[in-house]
Design a binder for this molecule. Structure first.
Ligand SMILES: Nc1ncnc2c1ncn2[C@@H]1O[C@H](COP(=O)(O)OP(=O)(O)O)[C@@H](O)[C@H]1O
Ligand SMILES: [Mg+2]
Length: 443
Protein backbone atom coordinates (compact mmCIF):
# COMPACT_ATOMS: atom_id res chain seq x y z
CA UNK A 1 0.00 0.00 0.00
CA UNK A 2 1.27 3.46 -0.94
CA UNK A 3 2.36 5.72 1.89
CA UNK A 4 0.05 8.66 2.61
CA UNK A 5 1.79 12.02 2.62
CA UNK A 6 0.42 15.44 3.57
CA UNK A 7 0.03 17.98 0.77
CA UNK A 8 0.38 21.59 1.89
CA UNK A 9 -3.02 23.32 1.87
CA UNK A 10 -2.21 26.09 4.31
CA UNK A 11 -3.42 29.59 3.47
CA UNK A 12 -1.06 32.22 2.09
CA UNK A 13 -1.43 35.39 4.16
CA UNK A 14 -1.02 37.79 1.27
CA UNK A 15 -3.75 36.16 -0.81
CA UNK A 16 -5.95 35.85 2.24
CA UNK A 17 -5.72 39.56 3.08
CA UNK A 18 -6.44 40.57 -0.49
CA UNK A 19 -9.42 38.19 -0.67
CA UNK A 20 -11.14 39.34 2.50
CA UNK A 21 -10.69 43.05 1.86
CA UNK A 22 -11.64 43.06 -1.81
CA UNK A 23 -15.41 42.83 -1.53
CA UNK A 24 -16.03 45.35 1.20
CA UNK A 25 -16.47 49.07 0.62
CA UNK A 26 -14.63 51.54 2.78
CA UNK A 27 -17.90 52.76 4.29
CA UNK A 28 -18.92 49.17 5.10
CA UNK A 29 -15.53 48.61 6.76
CA UNK A 30 -16.14 51.55 9.10
CA UNK A 31 -19.63 50.25 9.81
CA UNK A 32 -18.13 46.88 10.78
CA UNK A 33 -16.04 48.60 13.43
CA UNK A 34 -19.09 50.51 14.68
CA UNK A 35 -21.05 47.22 14.77
CA UNK A 36 -18.51 45.82 17.20
CA UNK A 37 -18.72 48.85 19.48
CA UNK A 38 -22.53 48.75 19.47
CA UNK A 39 -22.49 45.00 20.02
CA UNK A 40 -20.32 45.57 23.09
CA UNK A 41 -22.53 48.47 24.22
CA UNK A 42 -25.72 46.39 24.21
CA UNK A 43 -24.11 43.20 25.49
CA UNK A 44 -25.04 43.99 29.14
CA UNK A 45 -28.73 44.30 28.12
CA UNK A 46 -28.74 41.71 25.34
CA UNK A 47 -31.35 39.60 27.17
CA UNK A 48 -33.74 42.49 26.55
CA UNK A 49 -33.11 42.34 22.80
CA UNK A 50 -34.20 38.87 21.77
CA UNK A 51 -37.49 39.28 19.93
CA UNK A 52 -39.13 41.92 17.74
CA UNK A 53 -41.35 42.86 20.71
CA UNK A 54 -38.21 43.45 22.83
CA UNK A 55 -36.94 45.97 20.27
CA UNK A 56 -40.32 47.69 20.36
CA UNK A 57 -40.31 47.77 24.16
CA UNK A 58 -36.79 49.19 24.24
CA UNK A 59 -37.92 52.03 21.98
CA UNK A 60 -40.85 52.87 24.20
CA UNK A 61 -38.99 52.53 27.48
CA UNK A 62 -38.27 56.01 28.74
CA UNK A 63 -35.55 54.62 31.00
CA UNK A 64 -33.45 53.38 28.07
CA UNK A 65 -30.83 56.07 27.43
CA UNK A 66 -27.58 56.02 25.45
CA UNK A 67 -24.77 54.78 27.69
CA UNK A 68 -21.88 54.38 25.25
CA UNK A 69 -20.09 56.91 23.07
CA UNK A 70 -18.35 55.99 19.83
CA UNK A 71 -15.91 58.49 18.37
CA UNK A 72 -14.53 58.24 14.83
CA UNK A 73 -11.66 60.52 13.99
CA UNK A 74 -10.54 60.47 10.41
CA UNK A 75 -8.14 62.37 8.27
CA UNK A 76 -6.08 61.35 5.29
CA UNK A 77 -3.21 60.03 7.44
CA UNK A 78 -4.93 58.42 10.35
CA UNK A 79 -8.12 56.63 11.36
CA UNK A 80 -9.20 56.18 14.94
CA UNK A 81 -12.31 54.61 16.40
CA UNK A 82 -12.76 54.76 20.13
CA UNK A 83 -15.63 53.52 22.27
CA UNK A 84 -16.61 53.64 25.93
CA UNK A 85 -18.15 50.13 25.87
CA UNK A 86 -17.00 47.50 28.41
CA UNK A 87 -13.85 46.65 26.39
CA UNK A 88 -12.16 43.34 25.59
CA UNK A 89 -10.36 41.25 28.19
CA UNK A 90 -6.90 39.87 27.42
CA UNK A 91 -8.37 36.37 27.70
CA UNK A 92 -11.11 37.01 25.14
CA UNK A 93 -8.59 38.78 22.90
CA UNK A 94 -6.24 35.81 23.05
CA UNK A 95 -8.90 33.17 22.40
CA UNK A 96 -11.52 34.77 20.25
CA UNK A 97 -11.23 38.32 18.93
CA UNK A 98 -8.48 37.82 16.37
CA UNK A 99 -9.58 34.43 15.05
CA UNK A 100 -10.59 34.65 11.40
CA UNK A 101 -14.11 33.26 11.47
CA UNK A 102 -16.18 32.21 14.39
CA UNK A 103 -15.45 28.76 15.82
CA UNK A 104 -18.60 26.59 15.78
CA UNK A 105 -20.30 26.32 19.13
CA UNK A 106 -18.26 29.21 20.53
CA UNK A 107 -21.55 30.22 22.18
CA UNK A 108 -21.85 33.96 21.86
CA UNK A 109 -25.54 34.16 22.57
CA UNK A 110 -25.33 37.74 23.73
CA UNK A 111 -23.92 39.02 20.42
CA UNK A 112 -26.43 41.03 18.42
CA UNK A 113 -24.29 42.60 15.67
CA UNK A 114 -21.23 40.35 15.84
CA UNK A 115 -21.75 37.48 13.45
CA UNK A 116 -19.12 35.91 11.27
CA UNK A 117 -15.90 36.62 13.14
CA UNK A 118 -14.30 38.59 10.35
CA UNK A 119 -15.38 42.27 10.52
CA UNK A 120 -12.66 43.74 12.74
CA UNK A 121 -9.77 42.07 10.92
CA UNK A 122 -11.17 42.81 7.50
CA UNK A 123 -11.73 46.47 8.38
CA UNK A 124 -8.24 47.11 9.76
CA UNK A 125 -6.61 45.23 6.87
CA UNK A 126 -8.63 47.32 4.45
CA UNK A 127 -7.52 50.61 5.95
CA UNK A 128 -3.78 50.58 6.42
CA UNK A 129 -0.58 48.88 7.47
CA UNK A 130 -0.01 49.99 11.05
CA UNK A 131 -2.58 48.92 13.61
CA UNK A 132 -2.62 49.85 17.28
CA UNK A 133 -5.40 48.54 19.52
CA UNK A 134 -5.77 49.30 23.19
CA UNK A 135 -8.63 47.93 25.22
CA UNK A 136 -9.39 48.47 28.89
CA UNK A 137 -11.56 45.93 30.68
CA UNK A 138 -12.46 45.32 34.32
CA UNK A 139 -10.59 41.99 34.20
CA UNK A 140 -7.61 43.56 32.44
CA UNK A 141 -7.48 44.45 28.75
CA UNK A 142 -4.63 44.34 26.24
CA UNK A 143 -2.42 46.25 23.80
CA UNK A 144 -1.72 45.21 20.24
CA UNK A 145 0.80 46.76 17.89
CA UNK A 146 0.70 45.21 14.44
CA UNK A 147 2.65 45.86 11.26
CA UNK A 148 0.55 44.05 8.66
CA UNK A 149 3.27 43.88 5.97
CA UNK A 150 5.72 42.31 8.43
CA UNK A 151 3.07 39.95 9.73
CA UNK A 152 2.21 38.90 6.15
CA UNK A 153 5.85 37.97 5.49
CA UNK A 154 6.04 35.70 8.51
CA UNK A 155 5.10 32.21 7.30
CA UNK A 156 4.93 30.64 10.74
CA UNK A 157 1.90 28.45 11.53
CA UNK A 158 -0.52 28.85 13.27
CA UNK A 159 -1.14 32.54 12.66
CA UNK A 160 -0.93 34.72 15.77
CA UNK A 161 -0.90 38.39 16.77
CA UNK A 162 1.21 39.38 19.77
CA UNK A 163 -0.75 41.11 22.53
CA UNK A 164 0.35 42.54 25.88
CA UNK A 165 -2.08 42.24 28.82
CA UNK A 166 -3.05 45.44 30.68
CA UNK A 167 -3.98 46.00 34.32
CA UNK A 168 -7.69 45.70 35.30
CA UNK A 169 -9.45 49.02 34.75
CA UNK A 170 -12.26 50.77 36.63
CA UNK A 171 -15.64 50.29 34.94
CA UNK A 172 -15.87 53.95 33.99
CA UNK A 173 -12.46 53.81 32.27
CA UNK A 174 -13.21 50.78 30.10
CA UNK A 175 -13.36 50.91 26.34
CA UNK A 176 -11.47 50.18 23.16
CA UNK A 177 -9.42 52.36 20.82
CA UNK A 178 -8.34 51.21 17.38
CA UNK A 179 -5.86 53.36 15.49
CA UNK A 180 -4.75 52.75 11.92
CA UNK A 181 -1.90 54.70 10.28
CA UNK A 182 0.26 54.17 7.18
CA UNK A 183 -3.05 54.18 5.35
CA UNK A 184 -3.17 52.54 1.92
CA UNK A 185 -3.38 54.84 -1.10
CA UNK A 186 -7.01 53.93 -1.85
CA UNK A 187 -8.07 54.77 1.70
CA UNK A 188 -6.05 57.96 1.75
CA UNK A 189 -7.58 59.12 -1.52
CA UNK A 190 -11.14 58.56 -0.30
CA UNK A 191 -10.45 60.23 3.03
CA UNK A 192 -8.96 63.26 1.30
CA UNK A 193 -12.21 63.68 -0.60
CA UNK A 194 -14.96 65.64 1.14
CA UNK A 195 -17.70 63.56 -0.49
CA UNK A 196 -16.68 60.54 1.53
CA UNK A 197 -17.49 62.15 4.87
CA UNK A 198 -20.99 62.97 3.71
CA UNK A 199 -21.49 59.38 2.59
CA UNK A 200 -20.17 57.99 5.84
CA UNK A 201 -22.34 60.26 8.00
CA UNK A 202 -25.42 59.43 5.98
CA UNK A 203 -24.74 55.68 6.15
CA UNK A 204 -24.23 55.80 9.91
CA UNK A 205 -27.41 57.79 10.35
CA UNK A 206 -29.45 55.30 8.31
CA UNK A 207 -27.78 52.09 9.44
CA UNK A 208 -28.04 52.74 13.17
CA UNK A 209 -31.26 54.76 13.42
CA UNK A 210 -32.58 52.26 15.98
CA UNK A 211 -29.41 52.19 18.12
CA UNK A 212 -28.83 55.93 17.88
CA UNK A 213 -32.23 56.61 19.36
CA UNK A 214 -31.65 54.63 22.54
CA UNK A 215 -28.27 52.99 23.04
CA UNK A 216 -25.26 54.86 21.68
CA UNK A 217 -24.05 58.25 20.55
CA UNK A 218 -21.80 58.34 17.50
CA UNK A 219 -19.49 61.21 16.56
CA UNK A 220 -17.55 61.60 13.31
CA UNK A 221 -14.77 64.16 13.70
CA UNK A 222 -16.62 65.55 16.72
CA UNK A 223 -19.93 66.02 14.92
CA UNK A 224 -22.71 64.01 16.51
CA UNK A 225 -24.71 61.89 14.08
CA UNK A 226 -28.47 61.81 14.52
CA UNK A 227 -30.46 58.73 13.51
CA UNK A 228 -32.31 58.96 10.18
CA UNK A 229 -35.81 59.32 11.52
CA UNK A 230 -38.24 58.37 8.79
CA UNK A 231 -41.92 58.42 9.49
CA UNK A 232 -44.70 56.20 8.21
CA UNK A 233 -48.46 56.74 8.31
CA UNK A 234 -50.21 54.99 11.21
CA UNK A 235 -52.47 53.42 8.58
CA UNK A 236 -50.11 50.64 7.51
CA UNK A 237 -50.23 46.88 7.03
CA UNK A 238 -48.10 44.56 9.17
CA UNK A 239 -47.51 40.83 9.24
CA UNK A 240 -45.35 38.87 11.65
CA UNK A 241 -43.95 35.39 11.06
CA UNK A 242 -41.13 33.17 12.26
CA UNK A 243 -38.81 30.74 10.54
CA UNK A 244 -36.79 28.63 12.98
CA UNK A 245 -35.15 31.08 15.40
CA UNK A 246 -35.77 34.19 13.32
CA UNK A 247 -38.81 36.40 13.81
CA UNK A 248 -39.72 38.87 11.15
CA UNK A 249 -42.16 41.77 10.94
CA UNK A 250 -43.07 43.17 7.52
CA UNK A 251 -44.78 46.56 7.32
CA UNK A 252 -45.97 48.67 4.39
CA UNK A 253 -47.66 52.05 4.32
CA UNK A 254 -47.26 55.64 3.25
CA UNK A 255 -44.23 57.75 4.10
CA UNK A 256 -44.04 61.39 5.01
CA UNK A 257 -43.51 64.12 2.41
CA UNK A 258 -40.63 66.54 2.94
CA UNK A 259 -41.47 70.08 1.92
CA UNK A 260 -44.50 68.87 0.02
CA UNK A 261 -42.99 66.02 -1.97
CA UNK A 262 -42.12 62.40 -1.32
CA UNK A 263 -38.37 61.91 -1.41
CA UNK A 264 -36.55 59.11 -3.14
CA UNK A 265 -34.35 58.36 -0.15
CA UNK A 266 -37.28 57.64 2.14
CA UNK A 267 -39.23 55.52 -0.29
CA UNK A 268 -39.03 51.79 -1.05
CA UNK A 269 -38.08 48.95 1.30
CA UNK A 270 -35.89 49.22 4.39
CA UNK A 271 -34.51 45.94 5.75
CA UNK A 272 -33.15 45.57 9.27
CA UNK A 273 -31.33 42.70 10.97
CA UNK A 274 -31.29 42.92 14.78
CA UNK A 275 -32.11 46.61 14.54
CA UNK A 276 -29.30 47.43 12.10
CA UNK A 277 -30.33 48.58 8.61
CA UNK A 278 -28.93 46.31 5.92
CA UNK A 279 -30.53 47.94 2.90
CA UNK A 280 -32.35 51.25 2.66
CA UNK A 281 -34.90 52.72 0.25
CA UNK A 282 -34.64 49.73 -2.10
CA UNK A 283 -36.72 49.79 -5.28
CA UNK A 284 -34.97 47.00 -7.19
CA UNK A 285 -35.75 43.34 -7.94
CA UNK A 286 -33.84 42.43 -4.75
CA UNK A 287 -36.90 43.44 -2.73
CA UNK A 288 -39.41 42.18 -5.27
CA UNK A 289 -39.92 45.21 -7.52
CA UNK A 290 -40.10 44.53 -11.25
CA UNK A 291 -40.86 40.84 -11.28
CA UNK A 292 -40.74 39.57 -7.71
CA UNK A 293 -44.41 40.17 -6.98
CA UNK A 294 -44.35 43.98 -7.23
CA UNK A 295 -44.53 46.22 -10.31
CA UNK A 296 -41.68 48.30 -11.70
CA UNK A 297 -41.20 51.21 -9.31
CA UNK A 298 -42.58 54.41 -10.82
CA UNK A 299 -42.64 58.00 -9.55
CA UNK A 300 -46.27 57.59 -8.49
CA UNK A 301 -45.07 54.93 -5.99
CA UNK A 302 -42.80 57.35 -4.21
CA UNK A 303 -45.08 57.58 -1.15
CA UNK A 304 -44.54 53.81 -0.63
CA UNK A 305 -42.59 52.93 2.48
CA UNK A 306 -42.01 49.38 3.67
CA UNK A 307 -39.91 47.82 6.42
CA UNK A 308 -38.69 44.30 7.06
CA UNK A 309 -37.41 43.76 10.57
CA UNK A 310 -35.59 40.47 11.29
CA UNK A 311 -34.61 39.55 14.83
CA UNK A 312 -32.74 36.54 16.18
CA UNK A 313 -30.69 35.62 19.22
CA UNK A 314 -28.43 33.81 16.81
CA UNK A 315 -27.22 36.58 14.49
CA UNK A 316 -25.83 34.06 12.01
CA UNK A 317 -29.36 32.97 11.14
CA UNK A 318 -30.27 36.43 9.90
CA UNK A 319 -30.25 36.85 6.12
CA UNK A 320 -27.40 39.39 5.90
CA UNK A 321 -24.23 38.94 3.88
CA UNK A 322 -20.86 38.93 5.66
CA UNK A 323 -20.33 42.59 4.77
CA UNK A 324 -23.83 43.30 6.20
CA UNK A 325 -24.48 45.55 3.23
CA UNK A 326 -26.85 43.24 1.40
CA UNK A 327 -29.15 40.27 1.67
CA UNK A 328 -28.36 36.61 1.26
CA UNK A 329 -31.11 36.03 -1.25
CA UNK A 330 -31.13 32.24 -0.93
CA UNK A 331 -31.96 32.33 2.75
CA UNK A 332 -35.28 30.62 3.56
CA UNK A 333 -36.39 33.37 5.91
CA UNK A 334 -35.72 36.00 3.23
CA UNK A 335 -37.72 34.03 0.68
CA UNK A 336 -40.59 33.83 3.14
CA UNK A 337 -40.30 37.57 3.88
CA UNK A 338 -40.49 38.32 0.17
CA UNK A 339 -43.83 36.54 -0.08
CA UNK A 340 -45.21 38.73 2.69
CA UNK A 341 -43.62 41.84 1.19
CA UNK A 342 -45.37 41.15 -2.11
CA UNK A 343 -48.78 40.57 -0.52
CA UNK A 344 -48.69 43.50 1.87
CA UNK A 345 -46.84 45.79 -0.52
CA UNK A 346 -49.38 45.24 -3.29
CA UNK A 347 -52.24 46.58 -1.17
CA UNK A 348 -50.48 49.91 -0.70
CA UNK A 349 -49.21 50.02 -4.28
CA UNK A 350 -52.63 49.40 -5.81
CA UNK A 351 -54.00 52.18 -3.64
CA UNK A 352 -51.26 54.49 -4.97
CA UNK A 353 -52.05 53.37 -8.53
CA UNK A 354 -55.75 54.07 -8.02
CA UNK A 355 -54.97 57.72 -7.35
CA UNK A 356 -54.30 58.24 -11.04
CA UNK A 357 -56.75 57.85 -13.90
CA UNK A 358 -55.91 56.18 -17.21
CA UNK A 359 -54.42 59.38 -18.61
CA UNK A 360 -52.03 59.59 -15.64
CA UNK A 361 -53.78 62.56 -14.04
CA UNK A 362 -53.82 62.64 -10.25
CA UNK A 363 -57.25 62.28 -8.68
CA UNK A 364 -57.34 64.80 -5.86
CA UNK A 365 -60.24 63.01 -4.18
CA UNK A 366 -57.89 60.30 -2.90
CA UNK A 367 -55.98 62.46 -0.52
CA UNK A 368 -52.74 60.90 0.66
CA UNK A 369 -52.59 62.69 3.99
CA UNK A 370 -55.97 61.33 5.02
CA UNK A 371 -55.09 57.87 3.75
CA UNK A 372 -51.76 57.78 5.60
CA UNK A 373 -53.12 58.88 8.97
CA UNK A 374 -50.97 60.35 11.70
CA UNK A 375 -47.22 59.76 11.14
CA UNK A 376 -45.28 57.49 13.49
CA UNK A 377 -41.60 56.49 13.64
CA UNK A 378 -40.85 53.87 11.03
CA UNK A 379 -38.81 51.85 13.52
CA UNK A 380 -41.67 51.55 15.96
CA UNK A 381 -44.03 50.68 13.08
CA UNK A 382 -41.50 48.12 11.87
CA UNK A 383 -41.94 46.01 14.98
CA UNK A 384 -45.68 46.53 15.44
CA UNK A 385 -48.49 43.99 15.58
CA UNK A 386 -50.30 42.42 12.64
CA UNK A 387 -52.72 44.88 11.06
CA UNK A 388 -54.34 45.85 7.77
CA UNK A 389 -53.97 48.87 5.52
CA UNK A 390 -57.41 50.54 5.53
CA UNK A 391 -58.35 51.63 2.05
CA UNK A 392 -59.59 55.20 2.34
CA UNK A 393 -63.19 55.80 1.33
CA UNK A 394 -63.31 57.27 -2.10
CA UNK A 395 -65.33 60.48 -2.18
CA UNK A 396 -67.53 61.06 -5.26
CA UNK A 397 -65.45 62.51 -8.09
CA UNK A 398 -65.90 66.25 -8.68
CA UNK A 399 -65.67 66.11 -12.41
CA UNK A 400 -66.44 63.73 -15.24
CA UNK A 401 -65.56 63.49 -18.87
CA UNK A 402 -68.03 64.23 -21.68
CA UNK A 403 -67.25 62.74 -25.03
CA UNK A 404 -69.32 62.67 -28.23
CA UNK A 405 -68.89 62.74 -32.00
CA UNK A 406 -69.84 65.74 -34.07
CA UNK A 407 -69.68 66.40 -37.78
CA UNK A 408 -66.48 68.17 -38.77
CA UNK A 409 -68.47 70.58 -40.93
CA UNK A 410 -70.66 71.51 -37.93
CA UNK A 411 -67.61 72.15 -35.73
CA UNK A 412 -66.16 74.35 -38.49
CA UNK A 413 -69.45 76.28 -38.68
CA UNK A 414 -69.30 77.04 -34.96
CA UNK A 415 -65.64 78.13 -35.30
CA UNK A 416 -66.56 80.46 -38.14
CA UNK A 417 -69.54 81.87 -36.27
CA UNK A 418 -67.25 82.63 -33.31
CA UNK A 419 -64.58 83.98 -35.70
CA UNK A 420 -62.06 81.62 -34.17
CA UNK A 421 -60.90 79.28 -36.95
CA UNK A 422 -58.84 76.27 -35.81
CA UNK A 423 -60.35 76.41 -32.30
CA UNK A 424 -60.72 72.60 -32.34
CA UNK A 425 -63.34 70.11 -31.21
CA UNK A 426 -62.56 70.14 -27.47
CA UNK A 427 -62.74 73.92 -27.23
CA UNK A 428 -65.91 74.07 -29.31
CA UNK A 429 -67.46 71.47 -26.98
CA UNK A 430 -66.48 73.40 -23.86
CA UNK A 431 -67.71 76.69 -25.31
CA UNK A 432 -71.11 75.35 -26.32
CA UNK A 433 -71.53 73.50 -23.01
CA UNK A 434 -70.82 76.66 -21.03
CA UNK A 435 -73.11 78.67 -23.31
CA UNK A 436 -75.96 76.30 -22.53
CA UNK A 437 -75.15 76.29 -18.86
CA UNK A 438 -75.06 80.08 -18.67
CA UNK A 439 -77.99 80.96 -20.89
CA UNK A 440 -80.39 78.06 -20.41
CA UNK A 441 -79.65 76.64 -16.97
CA UNK A 442 -78.28 79.74 -15.35
CA UNK A 443 -75.15 79.69 -13.13
N1 LIG B 1 -14.72 47.58 20.34
C1 LIG B 1 -14.99 46.33 20.76
N2 LIG B 1 -15.47 46.13 22.02
C2 LIG B 1 -15.76 44.87 22.44
N3 LIG B 1 -15.65 43.75 21.68
C3 LIG B 1 -15.18 43.91 20.43
C4 LIG B 1 -14.82 45.19 19.91
N4 LIG B 1 -14.39 45.03 18.64
C5 LIG B 1 -14.48 43.70 18.38
N5 LIG B 1 -14.95 43.02 19.43
C6 LIG B 1 -15.26 41.58 19.48
O1 LIG B 1 -14.25 40.87 18.81
C7 LIG B 1 -14.78 39.77 18.13
C8 LIG B 1 -14.29 39.73 16.70
O2 LIG B 1 -14.82 40.83 15.97
P1 LIG B 1 -15.08 40.74 14.43
O3 LIG B 1 -13.82 40.36 13.75
O4 LIG B 1 -15.71 42.00 14.01
O5 LIG B 1 -16.06 39.54 14.26
P2 LIG B 1 -17.62 39.47 14.58
O6 LIG B 1 -18.26 39.20 13.28
O7 LIG B 1 -17.78 38.34 15.53
O8 LIG B 1 -18.00 40.79 15.13
C9 LIG B 1 -16.28 39.87 18.25
O9 LIG B 1 -16.76 39.03 19.28
C10 LIG B 1 -16.49 41.30 18.61
O10 LIG B 1 -17.68 41.49 19.29
MG1 LIG C 1 -17.84 42.50 14.05
Amino acid sequence: MAEIIKADASPEKRLFISLITRDISLVAAFLDLIDNSINAAVEPVSDKLETAEDYQRALQDEATKPTVDIFLKLDKDRVEIKDTAPGISAKVAAEHVFKFGRASGSGHESDRLSVYGIGLKRAIFKLGNKIVIRSDHIEGGFDLDLDVAKWAKDAQQPWTFLITPRQPAKAEDCGTTIEVTELYDDTRRRLADGVFFGQLRESISKTYAFYLSKFVKIYVNEIRIEGFDIKIGSNHASEIFAVDDVTCAVTAGIGEPQAGSFRDKSSGWFVFCNGRAVISADKTPLTGWAGGGLPIFQPKHRPFLGTVFFVSRDAERLPWTTTKSSINEDSAVWQEAKRYMATIGRVVISFLDSRYNDEGTELASLDLQTAAGERVSVISAAVSQKRMFELPKQSAPESMRIQYDAKVSDVKRVEEYLRRPGMGGAEVGRHTFHYFLRNEVGE
